[in-house]
Design a protein around this ligand. Sequence first.
Ligand code: G1P
Ligand code: ZN
Length: 544
Amino acid sequence: MTISIVSTTPFSDQKPGTSGLRKGVTVFQTAHYLENFIQSIFDAFDTYAGKTLALGGDGRFYNRHAIQVILKMAAANGFASIKVGHRGILSTPATSCVIRKYHTDGGIILSASHNPGGPDGDFGVKFNTANGGPAPEKVTEAMFARSKEVDTYKILDAPDVDIDTLGESKLGDMTVEVIDSVADYQALMESLFDFDRIHYLLTAGNFRLCIDSMHAVTGPYAHAIFEQRLGASAGTVIGGTPLEDFGGGHPDPNLVYAHDLVEILFKEDGPDFGAASDGDGDRNMILGRNFFVTPSDSLAILTANAALVPGYKDGIAGVARSMPTSQACDRVAAKLGIDCYETPTGWKFFGNLMDADKVTLCGEESFGTGSNHIREKDGLWAVLFWLNIVAVRKQSVEEIVRDHWQTYGRNYYSRHDYEGVDSDRAHAMVDRLRTLVPTLKGTKYGSYEVDYGDDFAYTDPVDGSVSQNQGIRLGFTDGSRIVLRLSGTGTQGATLRAYFESYEANPEQQNQDTQKALGELIAIAEDIAQIRSTTQMEQPTVIT
Ligand code: G1P
Ligand code: ZN
């Protein structure tokens, strides 16, 4: 087999965003586009000799093609071995698990997460380092720098590898091992949770569960874990077959896009527990019968109840949340006497804290929760954590959340997204707010008074690296907040995200409609930021 050294010209737009390089499929189909970026990833290693990788993706369109390209390029560049998921399938958390379990030097995940798939949808490439987590900024910057210079890439002239059969084969001098997509991940889950107790919950009484895999990667995992291992009845998993276009859907587990599941849980006599995951399996949405758990509350509740779960019974070191995530978990941390860290948006900021044993649990408002068992957020892990708590406490999801609010107070919380905004206008708005909000301290708006305003900057307590311009924050004297930032994962125009949070300690006042409870803050944000005229939209495109 011969190695081709292919001449290429660099692309200027291969800058990884919040979560890897994400573009439309048609962009990735441009000649050499994928290959250039893969070579740039490889070149960020000092040497490839003897190095090992994990490789898999969420099964979306272009996944199988990209896997073959990456295998042939890795073989040509001199990697020693690659573990690739069966049929090219590995969820994001499962990839993190495989990297850590087998001590590979890193992994490549092919996914655009919750973005739609198919020939007209999105594709993405993400590189994770040897700790199992998303590459930190210094690594992604090195890749980006390389992508602006790369003028050749190496690829082996070889037939496609059979990724549909488990086992080892050789590709040039490199070993390719096709591994079971689920087994290692399932074993890790069994080591953390009380599977006997959850099995009893799901089989002994009338408890009913519905898991929506949204035709994305978690289907095989959910079938194996919930139906086969934990005894849930057949049909518990819906949307359980991964499809290249996710059945035409938008595999994002929230109240808008997971409406099939929402309808099931919110109808009369619906199941007791519902959950959905996203395209690559790292996000989760938790529902009780007729009840939605906000991701921010979910993180706080998992933290407060961690001692009930075998994998966390000896206590947790600390907790971390992204800056826009509500401050509900801060209150739990204070009560437990543990540290709570506030990081910029994106999972990559949690890795250092976990590697340094500063935090055990972490989460984001964007339907992401996880722990130090891996270095990615983990959708099914969150579902199992909740089921373990429900099995021990023998209460409904709603009862558990309401109990929590009684003890800690309720953080009303909502995110408003404005998608497809003109990029120049959106950036101009953020630039204007960056200068404006620090001057607002002491200003009164209705019943609120501004306590501080800034553009969030984060200094990593482990390596001292500084990340600037992470989102406009406006804090009020009663702890309420408005946060505005631009998405780093969108592929069309700009997406403005506005986050609203208020705190209610009085149980009598904890049953209001969320949008009503936040109404005054929403109006203040409009007043200060002029969102409608900037976005030229009367309403957000998505409210979660
Ligand atoms: C979004 C979420 C963020 C999450 C990321 C990857 O990023 O807001 O919390 O980590 O997706 O799943 P954004 O588009 O806001 O930059
Ligand atoms: Zn995802």
